[in-house]
Design a protein around this ligand. Structure first.
Ligand code: GRF
Length: 210
């Protein structure tokens, strides 16, 4: 097993709910297949199930409830301070259900990843799987992208497609996509830390080292 404590890749994860993507990241770190360490998990919701999962992995958690701050900027500034105190080099949004303020995005420019359950730019925002079913597309999937100040926008790092079957509803499609999300997010994190990614306009280019 890789010594995750010694990893030079400290990550902070923001969640609002279930936290299955967070758990996938923690599982892969624990099994030695992802060279990173999660130094802090922040939830804006005290009831988020993901908080208990993070504690199972002995990861420090913080609840920073957005309702306790008068503005989005103030809420995000509290998160930013906690993340900087822990020395994070990457912030992963994993089911974090709030838009980040421009000042937060600027402070961590190029160091925030998000995962979304559609092939962006198709179906941004809420209920992406339902949007895909209603649009009648034959393929959907998931996207990991760098975060900018807009919703589900920002340069795309990786995508994975899944078929949409005739018998699918939003739930069955979501389950098929989620399985891919867990894999894709970990691959994107590894790529980010590999130093092989270069952002050129809206594109993320991956160069080979050999
Ligand atoms: C995932 O479908 C992710 O793509 C979206 O929110 C959901 C979070 O699920 N951004 P989980 O909390 O990681 O289980």
């Amino acid at each position: 097993m890789a010594d995750s404590v010694a990893s030079k890749n400290p990550i902070g994860i923001l969640i609002s709910g279930r936290g299955s993507n967070m758990r996938a990241i923690l599982d892969r770190i624990a099994s030695g297949s992802l060279d990173a360490r999660v130094v802090l998990v922040i939830s804006n919701e005290a009831k988020a199930a993901g908080l208990a999962a993070a504690r199972e992995f002995s990861v420090p958690t913080l609840v920073i409830d957005h309702r306790d701050s008068p503005t989005r900027e103030e809420h995000d500034a509290k998160m930013a301070e906690a993340l900087e105190d822990r020395g994070v080099r990457l912030i992963c949004l994993a089911g974090y259900m709030r838009l980040l303020s421009p000042s937060f995005v600027e402070r961590f420019a190029g160091r925030i990843l998000n995962i979304h359950p559609s092939l962006l730019p198709a179906f941004p925002g809420k209920e992406a799987q339902r949007q895909a079913i209603e649009a009648g597309v034959k393929f959907s999937g998931c996207t990991v992208h760098y975060v900018d100040e807009h919703v589900d926008s920002g340069p795309i790092v990786l995508q994975e497609a899944v078929p949409v079957l005739d018998e699918d509803d939003a739930e069955t499609l979501a389950a098929r996509i989620l399985e891919k999300e867990h894999e894709l997010y970990c691959r994107a994190i590894a790529l980010h830390f590999s130093g092989r990614l270069r952002v050129s306009g809206r594109r993320v280019l991956t160069h080979n080292t050999c």
